[in-house]
Ligand binder design. Sequence first.
Ligand SMILES: Nc1ncnc2c1ncn2[C@@H]1O[C@H](COP(=O)(O)OP(=O)(O)OP(=O)(O)O)[C@@H](O)[C@H]1O
Ligand SMILES: [Mg+2]
Length: 409
Amino acid sequence: MDPVRNPYAPGAGQRPPELAGRDRELEAFDVVLERLARGRPERSVVLTGLRGVGKTVLLGALRSAAVRRGWGTGKLEARPDQPLRRPLAAALHQAVRELSGRNPDEAAEVLGVVKAFALRASSEPAAATTGSRTRTAPKMRDRWQPGIDVPAAVGRADSGDVEIDLVELLTDVAGLAASAGRGIAICIDEMQDLGAEDVSALCAACHELSQQGLPLLVVGAGLPHLPAVLSASKSYSERLFRYVRVDALEREQADRALRSPAQEEEADFTPEALDALFAATDGYPYFVQAYGKAVWDVAPTSPVTAEDVAVAAPQAEAELAVGFFGSRYERATPAEREYMRAMADLGEQAGDGAVGTAEVATLLGRKPQSLSPARDALLKKGLVWSAERGRIAFTVPHFGRYLRRHAGE
Ligand SMILES: Nc1ncnc2c1ncn2[C@@H]1O[C@H](COP(=O)(O)OP(=O)(O)OP(=O)(O)O)[C@@H](O)[C@H]1O
Ligand SMILES: [Mg+2]
């Protein structure tokens, strides 16, 4: 069918033509926003799930819901080894701008605090490396500017202790929102990549703000071990965050994700085509989009048939091998690849669930300790995760199968 009208959208963070199976989460989030705006206590929300299940897309949809209610919102993506300060300051800059219409003077003052918070970061390396320089190290200050055109506040959010600074900063930003009868939502994607100190400070700040009844919401998204990261940081994190598991789509929703965009274009699928598509995708949203896209281009006419799916499958798999699997595999070192191949081999019998780290070592004929660096690096790269001690699984659905098919490449 006409490729120009192909509605499907495979790709990281690509908004799907139909956001299937997430109505419950969206409704629950509206209640959270409404409660917070009325000064009621609410937990922040953390989305967790495997790669490609639609966390980033759902995070974006939740942010849009907050924007529709006039909240100030900002988004950042955590990266390993990158401190929270600058990206958070940029996100809050955006959030404050969204709120500033109602109260420009207070907003300007709060922006000064955001700037002070951001600039404090740039002086840290200088202070840390030379030991002798003062924390305002002017040379570092000149090099980077956060693009906020008000003077930085002095004596607020600039102590250098990220926890103290975060509490002060968020109190002021949320205070601005509260006085406008609104709230602040900070969206943090790949939240498992925040540094330990930043996670701990963020939890402490959320705790403090919720006790003050201020309307601030953190909306996080990350891999399945994110709750463990948060609770290792602060034991009370379970009371701060409501964890929402984002999963593959059930059959009905996977069908909806395929059919409803097609119907918009006056096309449809036969029941057998939908059977074949679900068998191939297991309802994983990324795969649904990739197969939808490939099959649309291959099908001569509507309705799409099971035969079309069979013809399109190699192309869909080839696209996934490059865009979804290959890009991740390439980030691994030879030792890490060897480790993952062993996981894939063991997974073949285990239905590609978690495998024992001891079994991986046995299969490779190595001492378990000698494999720890490879395993830790894979954890840090977000390619594997550990649901329980001594067991390990891929964060990427169907990754074991991909590795077995591409063995030796
Ligand atoms: N509810 C949904 N219905 C249909 N398609 C969806 C849905 N959610 C996500 N998708 C599609 O799935 C793909 C992956 O989405 P997204 O990037 O949000 O996943 P993710 O969980 O953030 O993945 P990663 O962990 O790799 O960041 C995109 O192509 C998106 O369009
Ligand atoms: Mg994502």
